[in-house]
Design a protein. Structure first.
Length: 195
């Protein structure tokens, strides 16, 4: 393994184990929907959140917003519709948080929310947390990374798509910080600069 790869993986996919939280926040996806729904349902059954926000709009080639597709599947699997808040317009991670928080505010007092459990792609875990930190600061954050690639997380570099996604995250994070889209998470280490 290239010597930079473990540092890149530790940065892009931080260890922020899922904690019981006020809100579960599922970042929309069109990939791995079944894996996302299974992981989310298991978290709910374990008492990890009381309210679930699912955020995701329409993606190219799709007829329905990601949040509607995921929300409907979760209800089919047994998640109570009464705990779901769907945000169906977001087309990027920043909008997921900004529009998702607005959708949630119609249901509860977001100022009373102290903790959020982010549920999203394993290859984008840090970006989810950094986006929450930027647009909804002051929360206790934890993470449920969903790995839908069919290989163990520590073998990410051996799977072409998984590797490409992790390395793409690594490359784009500095630009996102510079543009103010996300905020660094000091508790999870610094960006591993290449020599």
């Amino acid at each position: 393994m290239h010597p930079d790869l473990p540092a890149i993986a530790a940065y892009v996919m931080p260890d922020a184990p899922a904690q019981p939280s006020d809100v579960g926040f599922l970042f929309g996806t069109r990939h791995g929907v079944e894996e996302f729904c299974a992981a989310t349902l298991a978290l709910w059954r374990a008492g990890m959140f009381r309210v679930l926000l699912v955020s995701g709009g329409v993606t190219p080639g799709a007829a329905r917003p990601e949040a509607e597709v995921i929300g409907a599947r979760l209800v089919e699997l047994g998640l109570p519709a009464s705990i779901l808040v769907l945000e169906t317009a977001a087309t990027n991670t920043g909008q997921n948080v900004i529009l998702g928080r607005a959708a949630l505010s119609a249901r509860l007092d977001v100022k009373a929310v102290r903790s959020v459990l982010a549920i999203g792609k394993a290859c984008a875990g840090r970006r989810y947390l950094m986006t929450l930190e930027r647009h909804w600061p002051g929360l206790a954050l934890s993470l449920c990374p969903v790995n839908y690639f069919g290989v163990a997380g520590d073998c990410w570099h051996e799977h072409a798509e998984f590797r490409a996604r992790v390395l793409a995250e690594y490359e784009k994070i500095p630009g996102y910080i510079e543009r103010g889209f996300i905020s660094e998470l000091a508790a999870y280490g610094n960006y591993p600069r290449r020599p």
